[in-house]
Design a binder for this molecule. Sequence first.
Ligand SMILES: Nc1ncnc2c1ncn2[C@@H]1O[C@H](COP(=O)(O)OP(=O)(O)OP(=O)(O)O)[C@@H](O)[C@H]1O
Ligand SMILES: [Mg+2]
Length: 506
Amino acid sequence: MSQAHLQFRAIGKNFPGVKALENVSFDAHEGRVHALIGENGAGKSTLLKILSGAYRPTSGSLRVGGQERVFESTAQGIAAGVAVIYQELHLVGQLSVAENLFLGHLPGRWGLVNRRRLRELSRRQLAMVGEDFDPNVRLERLSIAQRQMVEIAKALTRGAKIIAFDEPTSSLSAREVEKLFSIIRQLRQAGHVILYVSHRLEEIFQLADSVTVFRDGRIVETFDSLSGVTSDILINRMVGRDIHDVFAYAPRPLGRAALEVKGLMGRGLAAPASFSAAQGEVLALFGLVGAGRTELLKLVCGARRPSAGEVRVLGEKLRLRKPKDAIRRGVVLCPEDRKQEGIFPVRSVMENINISARRHFSAGGLWISPRRERRHASGLVERLSIRTPSLSQKIMYLSGGNQQKAILARWLGEDVKVVLLDEPTRGIDVGAKREIYSIIHDLASRHVAVVMVSSELPEVLGISDRIIVMREGRIVASMDRAAANQEKLLALALPESGSPAGQDRV
Ligand SMILES: Nc1ncnc2c1ncn2[C@@H]1O[C@H](COP(=O)(O)OP(=O)(O)OP(=O)(O)O)[C@@H](O)[C@H]1O
Ligand SMILES: [Mg+2]
């Protein structure tokens, strides 16, 4: 192979109390997709931030096109042809698509923007990523998938040769993923250097030409080709041991109805929703992004006011004015958008774990002992293998996946009746996923009803007792684990699908 366009040479990065990267060296070539994988906190995002110029390495250097570079700022990274597309997109919501695309170099003279030219240029840029929406529309009106396309178009506008993606598919539907992949393949064809971070191994096999595996900030192995490499091999390298049965499902006896939802209606739903979940049952709500699953969960726990219908918990009707009403009765929600709804970024890991209002209610207003608080939090940190230098670390400094685990930890080990989980394993590594599945089963075997929204079919089929399919704001099917398979669930979830022999329809 010719000399690699992008070379990492002995990169190290220290944060107070954390060696995020140590002696990282590998090459990434033009016209190839190079995947970076590893457990939560392994250092993948940190490496991309060094590449972009957002962080300076503690040691080591980068070479771009054979030239040694240390970027002092993201502006220098951009000038050297680097674009990093972060999971939390960096575009400005209030500006139009066109303004975002040309931010910093709007066409025009003497401070006046040439609007017509801007629009025309923007259209051309959007066409390169297969989009034809109006560039004058405000960015906040677009879906996550569309915003991502704008990010890619922006990278191309700036002439980026190296394009890095940090978990780009975690909020996309199956179709949007396909579209993103076809764009990435085009970029590869056009000779770009692509770096690709994901926890979804099936994506690695679909897309990547080579893979570097990280563990604890170091490279475990780089595979220059994926031929002969299996997901068992990759998992073994990532976590340092074999994990065969990720789901570890075992049937449990079910009790009485823990949650009964009757004719519940509200924003985001197209028809009143009715379903129930028994004590000890794991119920999955499957559907495409936008099918109304999150909205349904929010209505169930009072995070959003229903316009009709009722919710019963162990037979008793729930007041649905505020989430507090539901929490008091043992119904808790772990939201999907943890970044916005879930964490208190500048508070410590311990505070974020212990903050659950429920704990304070259950203490009956009593003073909670700091020692007990600490013990509670450290037990959960251990159980979920949350990687943090200490309990007092601000949670915003944890890696994405570790933040998620900390928030999930909040509701565990408490006296709850119904746990509502919205995409609980998004962005979480295989080892931690298995932990979370075992916690879900643990809750269920303690008679809790678990209702879980998930877009990942293997997960839905792997851990639930029963599956409800939603499509376009309504519940369209409910089936037992034994009756479900991938094809059936997808056919039910897709908008224009015919119903498979009418069976299982509600
Ligand atoms: N700004 C920061 N301050 C302190 N520690 C940090 C900072 N950024 C990252 N870290 C730490 O560096 C380590 C690597 O984090 P990084 O975000 O690179 O992991 P990751 O591989 O991207 O994980 P994930 O899959 O969960 O996103 C973690 O231990 C994290 O807590
Ligand atoms: Mg990360």
